[in-house]
Design a protein around this ligand. Structure first.
Ligand SMILES: *Cc1c(COP(=O)(O)O)cnc(C)c1O
Length: 380
């Protein structure tokens, strides 16, 4: 099944004939880049998550950047972020000249801790970015209360959690702006791609200008009105998604619910195998939250994570670590930090976490095989 000598990756896209057909259809049409398929994909994602508006962009990173722009984050503005995330979460703040303020996660689910968030708020704080780590939604009620008390915006980095739910509400309706990624390992893929959903029309207008160089009308609109004049009113970027990608996204979205269901089953098999395994513990799954099961993360005790990682990799099992803490990366420690942020739970977790393979193309036997290898590992 896997071309590289049966290596099982931690995540992988699923591409079927209907996905290929959808892309080919766009390739034969008049529009390759921002055309009618983008609008259809935006409408489909907005409808799926129950949001009023969606803006497609070229990556999850561009989506985070656009969200920071929509909020007007600028020089010296502080944005609270968890350190246990992909670097893009904090980089998006830096792109706008802002300051990411690293705030600890809670010890059990590794989601940003609303109490710690409140402690980090200063007069310069403008927003909170919550990361739905591994696919489980953060505590959005508590985060909303903190945000409202201090007049802050709440952004969800939901790159792991498209399709997840919190207290009956879909991810995409829980924050002021919610960001998704369509990188191949994410819940659905467009190759590269991203989306921001929101209920605020003013944010939508700003982000549509931002993704197109800061120009106020797109080529399509000008063609329709027989106008050549355009105005650049902001410093934007070329962050456009193509219609080719949007066609793939539309086709993938139809399968998302069945894929999440299947991921949940795989997680159940792992849980059955590993629940009482000495040296291994699982992340807490909170009640009233439905995870999208983007990652299956276990914690490995006794400083044995890296050794077990090597042994599993030698057995062609593509375990991974999500993530090394953002502020421990050389760029951050060299240029951005006077002192190491105080994030004890994230520090402990960073040395214990291990992501086991989970994706729709896997089968139950593979979860058994992987669990067996872990159970036979000799913890001292
Ligand atoms: C993947 C990811 C991103 C970046 O998305 P890209 O589409 O790769 O740019 C940002 N944040 C998190 C939490 C992610 O997992």
């Amino acid at each position: 099944m896997f071309s590289d000598n049966n290596f099982i990756p931690y995540g992988r896209q699923t591409i079927e004939q209907d996905d290929i057909d959808a892309v080919v259809e766009v390739l034969r049409s008049d529009w390759l880049t921002t055309g009618p398929t983008i609008a259809r994909f935006e409408a489909a994602i907005a409808e799926y998550v129950g949001a009023r508006h969606a803006v497609a962009v070229s990556s999850g990173t561009a989506a985070l950047h656009a969200a920071m722009f929509a909020l007007g984050i600028g020089s010296g503005d502080e944005v609270i972020v968890p350190p246990l995330s992909f670097v893009a979460t904090a980089n998006a703040v830096l792109y706008q000249g802002g300051i990411p303020v690293f705030t600890d996660v809670e010890a059990d689910g590794l989601l940003i801790d609303p109490e710690q968030v409140e402690r980090k708020i200063t007069a310069r704080t403008k927003a909170i970015i919550a990361v739905d780590y591994a696919g489980q939604p953060c505590d959005y009620d508590a985060l909303r209360q903190v945000a409202d008390r201090h007049g802050l915006s709440l952004v969800a980095d939901s790159c792991h959690s498209l399709g997840a739910e919190y207290r009956g509400g879909k991810v995409g309706t829980l924050a002021d702006l919610t960001v998704f990624s369509f990188h191949p390992v994410k819940p659905i893929t467009t190759g590269e791609g991203g989306m921001v959903v929101t209920s605020r029309e003013d944010y939508v207008e700003r982000m549509k200008v931002f993704r197109n160089h800061g120009i106020t009308s797109d080529h399509h609109q000008r063609a329709q009105k027989n106008l050549w004049r355009y105005q650049m009113t902001e410093l934007g970027y070329n962050y456009r998604m193509t219609d080719i990608q949007a066609a793939l996204g539309l086709s993938q979205l139809k399968k998302l619910d069945s894929w999440i269901k299947y991921r949940k089953e795989l997680a159940k098999y792992y849980k059955e195998e590993l629940t009482d395994c000495p040296g291994v513990s699982l992340l807490t799954q909170y009640s009233e939250r439905k995870s999208a099961w983007h990652l299956f993360v276990v914690r490995i005790a006794d400083g044995r994570r890296d050794d077990l990682f090597q042994q599993l990799r030698a057995s062609k099992i593509g375990v991974n670590v999500h993530y090394g803490l953002i502020y421990r990366h050389p760029y951050y420690s060299r240029t951005r930090l006077q002192t190491v942020p105080d994030c004890p739970s994230a520090e402990i977790a960073a040395n214990e976490i291990l992501s086991l393979p989970i994706f729709p193309g896997m089968n139950q036997d593979q979860t058994k095989e992987i669990s067996k290898k872990i159970k036979s590992y000799k913890f001292k």
